[in-house]
Design a protein around this ligand. Sequence first.
Ligand code: FE
Ligand code: ZN
Ligand code: FE
Ligand code: FE
Length: 197
Amino acid sequence: MKLPTLDRLLEDQLRDLYSAENQLVRALPKMAKAASADGLRQAFTTHLDETRRQVERLNQVGEMLGIKLTGRRCAAMEGLVEEGREVIDSEGEPEVIDAALIAAAQRVEHYEISAYGSARTLAEHLGHDRAADLLQETLDEESAADEKLTAVSIGEVLPAATAQDEAVNAEEETAGVGTKKAARPQGNTNRRPAARR
Ligand code: FE
Ligand code: ZN
Ligand code: FE
Ligand code: FE
């Protein structure tokens, strides 16, 4: 990778983001399909629409700066998408899978937040004000998506998963096989989000 100037660095950062967003356009429909909670499926679908617009925004930035955005692979997003794939392929209670999907998706949002923050700062420093504004717009959407996932987690997914955990524990107690499991403090930890509502 040749990085002789800050302009070349910005170009590389934007190409990395372009690859990352395009990977997400392919991955988010699979995340939505794997989600069981209505609110979570909706959050993924809404963010898919946003992500398509984010790709368009990057195209605008590329045109503004005279940069060709194709031809790079974001290795970090490949890894994050692979971890999402592992969740989709997991076996377990749908409520717990939903919680795992959220954990995987929030890793993605945080990666994007940091990448757009760096690109925005760089664009601003180089005097590309209009480009910086567009990058900030996307950055705000990524932050909102992250917050939405936390809200869906606290409001819908974790309470449902806790109800499921308790049903499993009760079943095991009745069957007389789960004495050890039922005594684990983990149950209390899981109950906290529901209590905070
Ligand atoms: Fe994005
Ligand atoms: Zn990357
Ligand atoms: Fe870590
Ligand atoms: Fe995003």
